[in-house]
Write a protein that binds this ligand. Structure first.
Ligand SMILES: *[C@@H]1O[C@H](CO)[C@@H](O)[C@H](O)[C@H]1NC(C)=O
Ligand SMILES: *[C@@H]1O[C@H](CO)[C@@H](O)[C@H](O)[C@H]1NC(C)=O
Length: 384
């Protein structure tokens, strides 16, 4: 349904003005995969065996569990239900040897930060875990509380020393080290004041979504612009001024958020997050989807609810931003939220769209991405 053959004259028209054949550049597409989703029974989870391993060049497995004293819980990773998904994940490298697989940890505890010995113990357990299970790197989530983004003093809390030592050790054993941070402008100011994160990481994932926390209309989950300064642009601007762009991944979430409205069109209820694979079905039940061009974000609405979500259209503007500022790439939250069962059209639609957008052999116009196969034929995808 998505592939339609394009007419030759259309191709000729666009090829004269746009470069047609260019190899795609290096662009990090870092896809999170939720560990919990892999524990669902077969049939209720995405099937890694049939995953096209060229769609992401990094997969980050979230999350690996820690035990209270502040080490990776090695015993847990002797259990079959914990280790099987990791084996299935590593098997993807047989199909694509360039694929990097990263282990993510949700946060570190005060037990870890306490002193040099406790930090060392944590770092040793991380290095051993990565080696044993053949991960290519480590991603530390360092998110701030939503309403009160306070960072404890990075030097006195031991956080800076931890990152410094982790980076040094992972660099030594040839593993990647990334930190993932909250994506608001307010949070960016905090991190930047507290620590020079670019110095201690291979790359930083700026998780710039979840912007609707004051519940005013119109609620946009991850707009590039406007929305007060709750937008991707304002946060990324601060990061770009501080950190080399090639260390920054812009975070996008394959999530929608549905807000119930009351009679006078005000938000009656805090929004429910839903995976894109559910949101897209709701969107398809509307005659048309809307796009707020100044905020650069997609939504549908009726008298009862408002649904804000990420679409090819909103991703396009974000990917232009990544290109314009020569950033490292994008980080996607997360694979199991994409339409992996093709319930709304194309399998892994948003991820495929990102790949088409990053790949210069596709020409984009009027909601289509077209690849010119030869002079007689091109293959086009309808974007939505
Ligand atoms: C986004 O919001 C959800 C729900 O409140 C939360 O679980 C998640 O950690 C948030 N993610 C980020 C990056 O802020
Ligand atoms: C688009 O979103 C912005 C930012 O929230 C809002 O101020 C503006 O009114 C919206 N525009 C339309 C046409 O709805």
């Amino acid at each position: 349904m998505c592939k339609i053959a394009c007419l030759l004259f259309l191709v000729g028209l666009y090829c004269t003005s746009i470069k047609c054949h260019q190899t795609s550049k290096t662009f990090q597409i870092n896809c999170y995969l939720g560990a919990w989703s892999m524990r669902r029974p077969p049939g209720y989870r995405l099937n890694l065996d049939e995953f096209d391993t060229t769609l992401c060049n990094f997969i980050t497995y979230a999350f690996i569990t820690l035990t209270p004293p502040g080490v990776i819980n090695a015993d847990k990773y002797r259990l079959r239900e914990e280790i099987d998904p990791i084996h299935r994940l590593m098997a993807l490298k047989e199909k694509n040897p360039d694929l990097k697989i990263i282990a993510a940890v949700r946060a570190v505890t005060t037990h870890i930060l306490e002193n040099e010995r406790t930090r060392e113990r944590f770092i040793t357990s991380v290095a051993a875990f990565l080696k044993t299970h053949e991960f290519d790197g480590f991603d530390l989530h360092w998110l701030l509380a939503h309403d009160d983004p306070e960072i404890p003093d990075a030097q006195n809390s031991g956080y800076e020393q931890l990152l410094k030592d982790l980076y040094r050790e992972l660099y030594r054993i040839k593993k990647f080290f990334a930190v993932s941070v909250s994506g608001t402008a307010k949070a960016a100011e905090m991190y930047i004041k507290a620590i020079n994160l670019g110095k201690y990481t291979h790359y930083i994932n700026v998780l710039s979504y979840n912007f609707t926390n004051d519940y005013t209309m119109p609620p946009h989950v991850a707009p590039l612009f406007e929305n007060g300064n709750n937008n991707v642009n304002d946060a990324m601007d601060l990061w770009i001024n501080r950190v080399f762009g090639q260390k920054l991944n812009l975070g996008v979430a394959f999530l929608g958020r549905k807000f119930t409205l009351n009679a006078d069109k005000k938000i009656a209820q805090q929004g429910d997050f839903m995976p894109y694979n559910e949101a897209c079905k709701m969107v398809h039940s509307f005659p048309y989807a809307e796009f707020n061009a100044t905020a650069a974000t997609s939504f549908v609405r009726n008298n009862e609810f408002w649904l804000s979500y990420e679409s090819a259209e909103s991703l396009e503007v974000k990917l232009d931003f990544v290109e314009q500022y020569n950033l490292r790439g994008v980080t996607i939250w997360s694979l199991e939220n994409d339409d992996y069962n093709a319930e709304c059209g194309e399998k892994y639609h948003l991820l495929n769209y990102i790949n088409r957008k990053a790949d210069e052999k596709f020409l984009k116009f009027e909601g289509l991405s077209c690849e010119i196969k030869n002079l007689k034929q091109s293959v086009c995808y309808q974007e939505y």
